[in-house]
Structures are given as C-alpha cells and as structure tokens.
Design a protein around this ligand. Structure first.
Ligand code: AP5
Ligand code: ZN
Length: 219
C-alpha cells in the first residue's frame, strides 16, 4: 500500500506514521527526517537545507523530488511506503503523477492553529528514529530519554514560536492547495486517483489512529 500523510506542521503526521508503519508493514518516508539527517551529517545539501528549515521555508522541489525518487527504489519500498511531509507543493504532487507513481490513499489530518502551537512547543524528538514525544500529551517513560534506546531527546530547531507561525503560513499557501489537487484527480479518473480520507486530528492519539485505520481499511 502507498499512502500520503498530509497535514499542517504539528498535525500528528510523525506520531500516526509510527502506527501506520507497524500495522501495514510499510516504511515511513519523512522528507523532514531525511533533511534533518543531512543537516546532522553536514553534507552540502544539509547545509543548504538548514537555512531554509530554520526560517520555516520549503526546500526546493527539485532537491526533494530527487531525494524521494531515489529513496523509493530501495528494497524496503517494494510493498509500498508512507509519505510523511511529501508532497507539500503542487509541483511535488505533479512529479509523482508524471513519474507514474500511483498512490492508494491520501490521509489528511485536520488540526487548528492554536492546538498546533501548543503541540509544537511541548514536542521532544529522538532524531535517530524519528520517534516523537510531548511533555504533556505523550511523555517518555524516563524524562528526556527515548523509550527504546534511552538516548537523549531534543527540541527541534524549527519549533520556536515565530518559526512555527511561518511554517503554518507556508502550509496554507503551498500545501493546502493539494486538497484541491487530489479532488481534481479523483474527478478526472476516480478509479486511478488515490482515495481521499479526511480525519479530524483533534483528540487522543489512539482515537485518531482508529479513525485512520478505519479509513484505510474501508477505502
Ligand atoms: P517536517 O519534518 O515534515 O515538519 P512539518 O510538516 O512541519 O511537521 P512536523 O514534523 O512539525 O509535525 P507532525 O505533523 O509530524 O507532528 P508530530 O507527530 O511530530 O518538515 C520540516 C521542514 O523540512 C519543513 O519546514 C521544510 O523546511 C522541510 N521539508 C520537509 N519536507 C519537505 C518537502 N516535501 N518539500 C520542501 N521542504 C520540505 O506531532 C507534534 C507534537 O504533537 C508532538 O509532540 C506529538 O507528541 C504531539 N501530538 C501528536 N498527536 C497528538 C494528539 N492527538 N494530541 C496531543 N498531542 C499530539
Ligand atoms: Zn513530523
């Protein structure tokens, strides 16, 4: 199965991706995690991406499309994959169509801005695995430590409030239009277009997980 997880910064894409990966046995492909790995490794791409990410902007479509196209040729993608944070512009979505990469479902997580600010200010992450915690809503078993490895958890550089506001603005301008893009695909050819599953993203994490599974199982 091939799934796109769509939603604003902090909507819960990374959180729900862990559940979807486990249940359907498909790898999570988070372009954000891939870029953060490049930043950490200090590669030329990472150095370039860091400036853009810290300002809350988007990395160029060509770079992202290249990264994703390479990633999905890896053996673990043979039975499908879960895109988290990709596509997030119309050209990125169009690149999938042009490359003949079909998608089974788009899951949109819908969350309002006030909740997002609250979620991102309390977020802590384990960079190596992409596991996500929240100081209040999803605390680790040992404060400040990853549940599985015991490594230190960190704050993301782009989770400062003014950067979050910029990311939300960019989301509205550049990523929100994907909703219309996928609706239009369905109108043109319902059989070939991905199923569009809109999920209310407010509420307990396991309830949202249930809503997503229900949508994917009954698509
Ligand atoms: P990316 O890493 O994709 O960030 P994002 O889209 O801004 O999304 P987040 O990771 O911030 O949020 P999330 O939806 O995963 O929420 P999470 O589950 O962590 O991208 C980062 C940057 O990289 C971009 O700004 C851009 O510069 C660049 N980039 C990436 N992809 C790109 C692309 N395709 N093109 C161009 N540039 C690209 O949850 C958030 C918090 O809330 C956590 O603390 C969690 O524990 C908590 N939480 C989750 N669910 C709930 C719940 N139900 N109730 C209460 N709390 C909850
Ligand atoms: Zn994420």
């Amino acid at each position: 199965m091939r799934v796109i997880l769509l939603g604003a910064p902090g909507a819960g894409k990374g959180t729900q991706a862990q559940f979807i990966m486990e249940k359907y046995g498909i790898p999570q492909i988070s372009t954000g995690d891939m870029l953060r790995a490049a930043v950490k490794a200090g590669t030329p791409l990472g150095q370039e991406a860091k400036k853009v990410m810290d300002a809350g902007g988007l990395v160029s479509d060509d770079i992202i499309i290249g990264l994703v196209q390479e990633r999905i040729t890896e053996p673990d993608c043979a039975n499908g994959f879960l895109f988290d944070g990709f596509p997030r512009t119309i050209p990125q979505a169009q690149a999938l169509v042009d490359a003949g990469i079909t998608i089974d479902a788009v899951v949109e997580l819908d969350v309002d801005d006030a909740e997002i600010i609250e979620r991102l200010s309390g977020r802590r992450v384990h960079p190596a695995s992409g596991r996500v915690y929240h100081l209040k809503y999803n605390p680790p078993k040992v404060p400040g430590k990853d549940d599985v490895t015991g490594d230190d958890l960190v704050l993301r550089d782009d989770d400062r409030e003014e950067t979050v506001r910029k990311r939300l603005e960019i989301y509205q301008q550049q990523t929100r239009p994907l909703v219309g893009f996928y609706q239009e695909l369905a109108r043109q050819d319902a059989a070939a277009a991905p199923a569009y599953i809109r999920v209310e993203g407010l509420g307990p994490m396991d309830e949202i997980r249930r809503r997503i599974f229900e949508g994917l199982d009954n698509r």
